[in-house]
Design a binder for this molecule. Structure first.
Ligand SMILES: Cc1cc2nc3c(=O)[nH]c(=O)nc-3n(C[C@H](O)[C@H](O)[C@H](O)COP(=O)(O)O)c2cc1C
Length: 446
């Protein structure tokens, strides 16, 4: 076994990651609101010894729901039901620092961590969808730097809340009648720009101390935030060079914050179409691409690059000159990623939307199990990744093919675990359990 551990998450999207997945004959769109479907998926991922399952989220309905199963179910609730039927796999939920209160969110994640015996992870997002603002009484979505400013304070508050009970605050001694040592439970007395929170938290510290902090921003603010706080980072890259640059940058920023870079798992996305030959895998990808609906794809593209191409000839060249690189950038990191594809490959509009349909900018690879495993190994050993968010194009078959055919190759190559070695998500990722910031050396007893 190589010393570094390859991490694999199953990133679950209703129906699968390909935007037309729900229309494919092997999909199960009637099950996308059925919790047993997700429970079964998580159980399969656990049988394959995956590190975690992960749900994305946003507090607003997608613009293009007419053409795809892109609603959001609340992930912590979903993962709580999954926790009850699994015992090892990590459970990562997305939650927004822009549209939540720290005290409420602290309770939800601490509960998930208690319920699951230490398997909770929090994908900390500032929310990219601007339409969320109108669901929360705001005139407009706060600007990017404002959202990150609030996120930093949010993290400060929620971390203090989770730390506010020292690990040994619960005494639980019925004979003396002492349940808790009140000296080890701390008010946090936070007064800041965005939040006023007295604390302490209203339950004992959870098994992992805090959930694993995950982050997925790629802008300068996002990278700085991730390097300071995150223990796992989700990211999208189209080339080994860009993944390497991101990886090196994150680890260097972490060092500058005096953090151990090995305590940050960088996990790019990978959406695999798997066939017994490369040609068969490519045919499978084409089958999905043939089901694309341009109305949906063009809305996606508009969100990424800020221009509406409805009415354009899909087989004409992508009109690069219309892109305003100085104005607002939609989802900033995807903006650059799409522009890079356009500059590198000079695609038609149809080719570009097909290129993005599988994984919204994440790496899509059609190949044999060996080719998929080669990609994983090259990035893992080449300074580009500590693991991957596996994003099956459709569910459940797209995941089953990966578990059945790719995972055994990774094991044979000594890259991926045969068995779980620990019980918590921190154990799987090789992360330390943080001490409470309020803990102090044992007081001398007079
Ligand atoms: C794998 C992955 C998953 C993400 N999931 C979400 C999500 O569920 N909700 C969300 O609002 N943003 C999500 N994002 C977007 C980022 O968290 C971030 O908000 C976005 O990239 C904009 O931040 P930036 O400008 O710092 O890049 C995700 C990004 C990646 C790479």
């Amino acid at each position: 076994m190589s010393r570094r551990r390859l991490a694999l998450n199953l990133f679950i999207y209703p129906g699968g990651h390909h935007e037309a997945a729900w229309r494919h004959k092997d999909a199960a769109p009637e099950r996308v609101l059925d919790i047993s479907y997700y429970q079964e998926l998580a159980q399969r991922a656990e049988a394959a010894k995956f590190d975690a399952v992960f749900f994305a989220d946003g507090p607003a309905l997608a613009d293009n729901i007419r053409y795809a199963a892109r609603f959001r179910v609340e992930p912590i609730t979903w993962l709580t039901a999954i926790a009850a039927v699994t015992s090892r796999i990590g459970l990562i939920a997305t939650a927004s620092t822009t549209y939540n209160e720290p005290y409420n969110l602290a309770r939800l994640f601490a509960s998930l961590d208690h319920i699951s015996g230490g398997r909770a992870g929090w994908n900390i997002v500032t929310t990219s969808a601007p339409q969320a603002a109108q669901n929360f009484g705001l005139p407009e979505h706060p600007p990017h730097d404002e959202r990150y400013d609030k996120a930093r304070e949010f993290l400060d508050v929620i971390t203090k809340l989770w730390d506010s009970w020292e690990d040994d605050a619960v005494i639980n001694d019925p004979v003396s009648g002492i349940f808790a040592d009140a000296d080890k439970i701390h008010a946090i007395n936070h007064i800041g720009r965005h939040f006023r929170v007295r604390g302490p938290f209203n339950t004992a510290r959870s098994p992992q101390g805090r959930p694993v902090y995950v982050q997925a921003g790629s802008s300068d603010d996002g990278r700085g935030f991730a390097a300071y706080h995150a223990e796992a980072i989700f990211t999208a890259h189209q080339t080994l060079a860009s993944a390497r640059e991101f990886y090196a940058d994150i680890k260097a920023r972490a060092r500058a914050f005096d953090r151990n870079p090995e305590h940050i798992r960088v996990l790019p996305g990978l959406s695999p179409f798997i066939g017994s030959t490369t040609a068969e895998a490519k045919r499978l990808e084409e089958e999905f691409n043939d089901l694309i609906q341009p109305e949906y794809s063009l809305t996606q593209l508009r969100q990424m690059v800020g221009i509406d191409l409805s009415g354009f000839d899909l087989d004409g060249p992508f009109p690069r000159h219309l892109i305003d690189t100085s104005g607002p950038r939609g989802v900033a990191s995807r903006f650059q990623l799409v522009i890079d594809i356009v500059d590198r490959e000079r695609p038609t509009i149809r080719q570009l939307v097909q290129r993005l349909a599988g994984g919204r900018g994440h790496f899509v690879l059609a190949g044999t199990p060996e080719e998929i495993a080669d990609h994983i190994q090259t990035w893992f050993e080449g300074g580009a990744a500590d693991g991957f968010n596996v994003m099956p194009p459709w569910l459940t078959g797209g995941f089953d093919a990966f578990a059945e055919h790719v995972v055994p190759i990774l094991r044979r190559r000594g890259l991926f675990r045969e068995e779980y070695e620990g019980k918590t998500l921190r154990d799987h990722y090789g992360l330390p359990r943080p001490d409470s910031q309020y803990s102090h050396p044992a007081r001398a007893i007079a």
